[in-house]
Ligand binder design. Structure first.
Ligand SMILES: C/C1=C2N=C(/C=C3N=C(/C(C)=C4\N[C@@](C)([C@@H]5N=C1[C@](C)(CCC(=O)O)[C@H]5CC(=O)O)[C@@](C)(CC(=O)O)[C@@H]4CCC(=O)O)[C@@](C)(CC(=O)O)[C@@H]\3CCC(=O)O)C(C)(C)[C@@H]/2CCC(=O)O
Length: 206
C-alpha cells in the first residue's frame, strides 16, 4: 500500500505549518496574515506575500460586515462556489448574477463583458457588502466606476482577478481608492485564491 497522509485535519495542519515556515508574513497584522496564509494554501505560491497590498481595516471591516449579515457579491460562480457555507457567521447570501437572464442584454447595452454587467445588476446590494472579484478585471473596473458615479459603498472589496489584460491595472485602481481593500498586485490572482480569502475572513478558525 502506498504511504501518504490520509487525515484531512493533519494535511491542513502540516500545510499551514509549511506555509508559515516558508513565507515571509512579518509585515502583515495577524488578521491579514491568516488571510494570506489561506490564499497561499489555495495556490501553492509561498512568495505571494510580496504582491499582497491591503488597507489596514480590510479584514476587520469585512468580518464585521459578515457578522452583521452582509451578502458576499462575486464576479464568478467559481468564487461563489468556493465559499465554505458553514464558515459564514450569518448564513450570508453569496451572490453571482452571471446566469441572470438580464445579464447578456445589459452587457450589450453598456458595451462591457457579462462579468461587468452581472456586478451592475447587484448594485442595489453594494451598501455594506463584501465584494469578491477573483476572475474578471472588467468587473473590478466597472465596480469602481459605479461607485465613483454614486453607487453605494461596500464594506470591503477583495480585488484578486487573475490575468494579462487589465488584471494588474484594475487592482492598482482599487488600491488607489479609499475603499477597504485587499489585492494581489500584478497578474496573479484567481477564483480559488479569492474564495480562500473569503473563507479566512468568514471564520477565524484555520
Ligand atoms: C477575459 C476573461 C478571462 N478569464 C480568465 C480565466 C478563466 N476564466 C474561466 C471561466 C470559466 C470564465 N471566465 C469568464 C468570467 C470570462 N472570462 C473572461 C471574460 C471573457 C471577460 C472577463 C474580463 O476580461 O474581465 C469572461 C466572459 C464575460 O463576458 O464576462 C466566464 C463567464 C466565461 C464563460 O464561461 O462564459 C467564466 C466564469 C464562470 C463562472 O461563473 O465561474 C476559466 C476557468 C477559464 C477556462 O475555462 O479555462 C479561468 C478561471 C480563472 C480563475 O481562477 O477564475 C482570465 C485569464 C482571468 C481572463 C481575464 C484576463 C485576461 O488577461 O484575459
Amino acid at each position: 500500500m502506498t504511504q501518504y497522509i490520509k487525515d484531512g485535519a493533519e494535511i491542513y495542519r502540516q500545510s499551514f505549518a509549511t506555509i508559515r515556515a516558508e513565507s515571509d508574513l512579518t509585515r502583515f497584522p495577524a488578521d491579514v496574515a491568516k488571510v494570506v496564509v489561506r490564499m497561499i494554501h489555495a495556490c501553492g505560491m509561498t512568495d505571494l506575500p510580496d504582491d499582497v497590498a491591503f488597507s489596514p481595516n480590510v479584514v476587520r471591516d469585512a468580518r464585521e460586515a459578515l457578522r452583521n449579515g452582509a451578502p458576499i457579491l462575486c464576479d464568478a460562480n467559481m468564487v461563489a462556489s468556493g465559499v465554505t457555507r458553514r464558515r459564514l457567521p450569518k448564513d450570508n447570501e453569496v451572490l453571482c448574477h452571471l446566469q441572470d437572464p438580464r445579464t447578456p442584454e445589459l452587457a450589450q447595452t453598456i458595451g462591457n463583458t457579462r462579468s461587468a454587467a452581472s456586478l451592475e445588476l447587484l448594485a442595489d446590494r453594494f451598501d455594506g457588502a463584501v465584494i469578491a472579484i477573483g476572475n474578471a478585471p472588467t468587473a473590478l473596473f466597472h465596480l469602481l466606476d459605479l461607485i465613483a458615479a454614486g453607487a453605494p459603498r461596500p464594506a470591503a472589496v477583495l480585488g484578486i482577478p487573475v490575468g494579462f489584460i487589465g488584471a494588474a491595472e484594475s487592482k492598482e485602481a482599487l488600491a488607489a481608492t479609499d475603499l477597504e481593500h485587499l489585492v494581489v498586485r500584478g497578474r496573479r490572482g484567481g477564483s480559488a485564491m479569492t474564495a480562500a480569502a473569503i473563507n479566512a475572513i468568514a471564520s477565524e478558525e484555520e
